[in-house]
Design a protein around this ligand. Sequence first.
Ligand code: FAD
Length: 817
Amino acid sequence: MTLPSHAQIVVIGGGIIGCSTAYHLARDHRADVVLLEQGRLTSGSTWHAAGLVGQLRSSAGVTRVLKYSVDLYKGLAAETGLETGWKMTGCLRLATNADRWTDYRRLATTARSFGMEMHLISPAEVKRMWPLMEVSDLVGASWLPTDGQASPSDITQSLAKGARMHGAKIVEGVRVTGFGMTGDRIVSVKTSGGEIACEAVVNCAGQWARQVGALAGINVPLQPVKHQYIVTERVEGLAADAPTLRDPDRRTYFKEEVGGLVMGGYEPNPQAWTTGDVPDDWEFRLFDDDFDHFEQHMGQAIARVPALAGAGVKQMINGPESFTPDGNFILGAAPECANMFVGAGFNAFGIASGGGAGWVLADWVINGEAPLDLWTVDIRRFAEMHRDRRWVCDRTLEAYGKHYTVGFPHEEYESGRPRIVSPLYERLKRRRAVFGSKLGWERPNWFAPEGVEPRDLYSMGRQNWFPHVGEEHAHVREAVGVFDQSSFAKYEVTGRDAARALEHVCANRVDRAPGRLTYTQLLNSRGGIECDLTVARLAPDKQGGDRFYIVTGTGFRTHDAAWIAEHLPAGDVAIRDITEDWGVLSLMGPKAREVLAKVTPADVSNAAFPFGHVREITIAGAEVRALRVTYVGELGWELHVPLDATGAVFDALMAAGAPEGIRPIGYRALESLRLEKGYRAWSSDITPNDTPFEAELGWAVKLGSNTDFIGRAALQAQAGRPLAKRLACFTIADPEAVLVGRETILRNGQPVGYLTSGGYGYTVGHSIGYGYVRNSEGVSDDYLASGAYELVVANERFPAQIALRPLYDPENLKVKA
Ligand SMILES: Cc1cc2nc3c(=O)[nH]c(=O)nc-3n(C[C@H](O)[C@H](O)[C@H](O)COP(=O)(O)OP(=O)(O)OC[C@H]3O[C@@H](n4cnc5c(N)ncnc54)[C@H](O)[C@@H]3O)c2cc1C
């Protein structure tokens, strides 16, 4: 086929992801699409996949994507006439120890929260369903009846046929070699067969996606890793509809295939392929068999399915697959380029994800925003540091090695650390800080008292840090503490039109007098919350240009900057990331003013420096930007300090605060404090799926003004109507209930939602959870207040109380001001 000279959208890559994206672009959006494949369709990673299709993940959005895949695969053959090999066999996951069993009890609850059926079954039931299995070491298993398996090449060919039927053009044997760019926008795709002018590009180039992205200056942080499985001869007694099987404690998986078994695994010592470019000529190619490396799986698998010992190995597959540093795939609008979208890095669940990933990606390309909350897989969760190939490789191998280990709450990665440290790192370490890492930054999670080992000991129940975090929490409530929050992302928005431009992207009014702070959400066209941040109006520059200082969460640095940059209207306005210019010390607690007054000549009385204001004050000779805000429900200031002065300002605070017993406090106490006060966290409590009204943040929306802002129309349509869901707070008195999020909310015995955040409030002495209560006929105050609530925690019901006001009395703030 000759190449067209123009296409609205060019999809690069003819694996399952590219074909699914082209199919959905053509079917759902009638888009003019050309898909380019350098070899033949499926010839990258897709053709050699094992074909297990699981659905449940810890993110509701990703689970929805996977569920969509299953729905699509079920009916695709009827539409295209090409079979997909889809078999709904169900999936068994085996547990051989108590921690794994607790994990499954939580998973079963998550499944129920997400509207899926998952059962926990006994070893005897497992044996009935899979008679060839040895079950003597089992505690039990989880059973997800709607999971299944499919033929990866057949699904892909079926999707490709469907795409063509809806008008897409698919061209094989054409390699993309570069892009014609105007600024950060792709205007044409250069190929081995000529050039195509286009409006948008979707990079679905599998393990080549990194190098294809680099041609347009974008970073796709994935790492090809070798992954092996075997296919056996027929195994006597194996049913054709045997459930797929995951045996994570033995690191292996199984699937029936033409009477034999497919068996593979996730080893703790994975083998990276190249950190250089992947060769272009890798069509339908595999690595040599590596039985020495695979042997570790063989022993474990035979112990589970003894019949395997006598079954001949028909074939061994050793193929490359793209893995990522956090085990999640990479989707969405690349932050470095105006019109390249990415769907890559599928971590050996690309067949399971393919149908749904194509659906959401197509929508994203056409509408410029994701159709649902996909933060877990959003490409904007990465940052500059992810251009470091060695770091990405090391962290990816760690994530691969943990694929089948028990995932403990609060678990931290260990590789590639420390990467970015605040100027206080050594000081905090000396004070026995136990660090976690967020977007490369080392941050203190908690501080071990003398005599306590400064190390997390993971477990499924209350962990070793629990009482020590409680002391930190109490100290902030009763006296004063300092949080090192230097990792906060910070931007400066400047220009003569900056105020007008920010008014357009912010839901709250930010065009206020210099010196004022505004807490605001940034909304998408559905009124969903895309960002949640603080905007400080600074004094104008010498030319009279507006200056705003924006502060947001560490992990949202790339995401929020990209969202703002993409949505700023044309004019004299620019955004600059200045994260590394400023350290941040949050001085919080009822004694905060006493301490601050000792280190600055500025008047920090409530009259001179009220809540919601920003002032330049001097501490230890440094010009400090002090923001009177709080995320803990106490009097306090965020002190933004020129980075090189952060240590000196910290020392001054510690010396001045000694009589008040000032001490550094970690992020785990911060979480507990904010849960009590009811502050929302973006990415869990508030997401692109939730509007400010639903999140009880309507007070921060300027619907009363005449300003047009993104999301306004959607909010206006929602205003004054019954809301189908509302965020509420729940508490559980039973100390046995450990909340981790995703627990099901029962109202009068019926499921009405699930927790978005869960933790413990040390002041109130209860476990605390937040979650949306749903009711299609409307969630009124009466509806909320009148129900009898329970939370399902790890598959067990606990009575719960609903709280319609913050648990920690906000009046305290006024009293202490
Ligand atoms: C051994 C093994 C077992 C697996 N088992 C499972 C499983 O059981 N279940 C599951 O869900 N997943 C499994 N996977 C993962 C699955 O195979 C992948 O996630 C999926 O195939 C990825 O699809 P893709 O479209 O992203 O990539 P690919 O299939 O690699 O497609 C990318 C395509 O882009 C083309 N391309 C690259 N560069 C260019 C260019 N410059 N110009 C034009 N075209 C280009 C390539 O030729 C390639 O065909 C397994 C993987 C392996 C290795």
